[in-house]
Design a protein around this ligand. Structure first.
Ligand SMILES: Cc1cc2nc3c(=O)[nH]c(=O)nc-3n(C[C@H](O)[C@H](O)[C@H](O)COP(=O)(O)OP(=O)(O)OC[C@H]3O[C@@H](n4cnc5c(N)ncnc54)[C@H](O)[C@@H]3O)c2cc1C
Length: 216
């Protein structure tokens, strides 16, 4: 059992938490950053970065598909999704290492484990007590589904979709941006009407956290 004391304790090391930790340390505060999983959170591991890596690979495929438009003679032979996923993982790993290095270099103390706020100035992490003059809660969000759609099988959130090793022939998405990403890989993509989840529509914006039904 150890007691740690900092000027600032940040619970959750996603984009919000690590940015606050880095800024506070830049301003001269001692900072303890508590994370139960990996520093970088949703954006780095299961959000912005992996999806943009996949989108980039899709754009490369599109450029090859339409290469004659640019006066380039090329043909697209296919998409090897396991290799695309390896490229995605390499991008995430390198940014994760970079962030770990930056936090260390800036003197932020990273504490691994699930934290529980036990008073306005105290977070309990296992047997350790972490105390701060100030505490920031930056615990983020989690994927939600719609009533009657249990996650599993063909009902995916963005997190399961990122792990797919095949391109579904068609998908229905609750999210317009996700729809665009699927279309880059030439899936037929509809998305659900937010006013009537039994219908699909085109061109209707929906929240970031997508529930996706892979049809085939
Ligand atoms: C598929 C997808 C694509 C996205 N693309 C973009 C994009 O292109 N551009 C953009 O701006 N945004 C994008 N986002 C949104 C972006 O990821 C979020 O806005 C951002 O991650 C929110 O950061 P956060 O710090 O609030 O939470 P999170 O990143 O969720 O971080 C919270 C952290 O807290 C940790 N945590 C939670 N509870 C505890 C606890 N009790 N103890 C210790 N640790 C805990 C979690 O493990 C997590 O690491 C995307 C999101 C998704 C899902």
């Amino acid at each position: 059992m150890t007691d740690h004391t900092f000027d600032l304790v940040v619970l959750g090391a996603g984009s919000g938490g690590y940015a606050a930790a880095l800024r506070a340390s830049q301003l001269g505060m001692s900072v303890g950053l508590i994370e139960k999983d990996k520093v970088g959170g949703t954006c780095l591991h299961v959000g912005c970065i992996p999806t943009k890596a996949l989108l980039h690979a899709g754009e490369v495929a599109d450029a090859a598909r339409h290469s004659e438009m640019f006066g380039v003679n090329a043909t697209l032979e296919g998409i090897d999704l396991p290799k695309v996923n390896s490229y995605r993982d390499a991008v995430v790993t390198s940014k994760h290492k970079g962030l770990q290095g930056l936090l260390k270099a800036r003197g932020v103390t990273t504490i691994e484990g699930e934290g529980k706020l036990t008073s306005p100035t105290t977070v309990q992490v296992g047997a350790d007590t972490v105390t701060g003059k100030h505490v920031i809660l930056a615990t983020g969000s989690y994927p939600r589904t719609l009533p009657g759609l249990d996650i599993g099988g063909k009902v995916l959130t963005s997190e399961q979709a990122l792990q797919l090793e095949h391109v579904p022939q068609s998908v229905t998405s609750t999210n317009e941006q996700r729809q665009t990403e699927w279309m880059t890989y030439h899936s037929l993509a509809d998305f659900l009407d937010p006013n009537d989840r039994t219908k699909t529509v085109e061109g209707y914006p929906a929240p970031m956290r997508a529930t996706i039904i892979a049809k085939k």
